[in-house]
Design a binder for this molecule. Structure first.
Ligand SMILES: [Zn+2]
Length: 293
């Protein structure tokens, strides 16, 4: 099997499972976890986390989930005391993070990386009258609900438009999809993301925040700084193994066949089977051999 076939099989499996989940008409009950007194995590559709900062000025949402879970989020916010959503920050443009646009009211201000806005403008499932109102690159700081909220663009680890959100007083960071807990990464190397940017970005989020910071990927469990360090070690070691074999002239097909990352299969996704060592080998191989194409 050549690398393009490996990629295509993985990609179409991804599309298939995505569309199955995206079209779920009766979403399961939503698990709500209090992260601190103002920040809540909603586990929507048994698939992705949406985060809410709730306080006297209203609500700031990090991502919006799916179309069919917008009502669940609204009613849960009402139970929690506020349902006026003043701000929405998108971590990136993927549908599981942006299609819950039923949560966006007339006065909601939408914030994203410019690349996210560009992609949403082309997304047939995303309404054109709800495109982000503000885009930024670098860091944008918002004082809201007595919290200092820093939105930071950190593109290239998962998509070309990744944004993380730091709640400074709470010591909480929402990581979007740049890290999926306990799971090998999905780096869109064919769309401009890069395994090296991922390495750089993971190291950056380890170093730029204080020691006790709590990290929340959109998929998977909470991470500590030590978890992120383990994750970084996994990335560096596996990239190193594959790079050495590529330098020895191996193709991705041979590396997959020889199962050169067999000791790292614990990092295969339990939920998304296509995110596995075979995909990771082909991703690294693509980056090393097809750069610029
Ligand atoms: Zn996602």
């Amino acid at each position: 099997m050549n690398r393009i076939r490996i990629f295509l099989i993985a990609y179409f499996t991804y599309l298939f499972f995505s569309s199955v989940l995206y079209s779920q008409e009766n979403p399961p009950d939503m698990l709500v976890t209090g992260i601190d007194q103002n920040i809540y995590r909603f586990y929507v559709n048994d698939y992705v986390h949406v985060f809410a900062h709730i306080g006297e000025n209203g609500v700031l949402l990090v991502d919006t989930g799916f179309p069919e879970t917008a009502g669940q989020i609204k009613s849960k916010l009402k139970e929690l005391g506020r349902d006026n959503i003043e701000y929405v920050v998108y971590t990136h443009s993927d549908g599981d993070h942006t299609w819950g646009h039923g949560n966006i009211g007339e006065n909601t201000i939408l914030i994203s990386h410019p690349g996210c806005k560009e992609k949403l403008a082309k997304d047939a499932k995303y309404p054109n009258d709800k495109l982000p109102d503000m885009t930024f690159e670098g860091t944008m700081t918002l004082d809201f609900n007595h919290e200092t909220i820093k939105m930071i663009t950190i593109p290239g680890g998962h998509s070309t438009e990744d944004v993380i959100v730091y709640f400074e007083n709470a010591g909480v960071v929402c990581l979007g999809d740049m890290v999926v807990s306990g799971t090998l990464p999905f780096v869109r190397v064919r769309e401009g993301a890069s395994i090296y940017k991922l390495l750089y970005n993971v190291e950056k989020v380890i170093n730029m925040f204080p020691a006790n910071t709590r990290y929340f990927p959109s998929h998977g469990r909470e991470y500590s700084k030590d978890d992120l360090k383990d994750y970084l070690t996994m990335l560096m070691t596996t990239i190193d193994i594959v790079t050495k074999e590529v330098k020895n002239g191996k193709t991705d097909e041979e590396m997959v066949k020889q199962d050169i990352l067999k000791d790292w299969k614990d990092w295969n996704s339990k939920k998304w089977e296509w995110i596995n060592t075979d995909l990771w080998i082909s991703t690294i191989y693509y980056e090393l051999t097809q750069k610029g194409k």
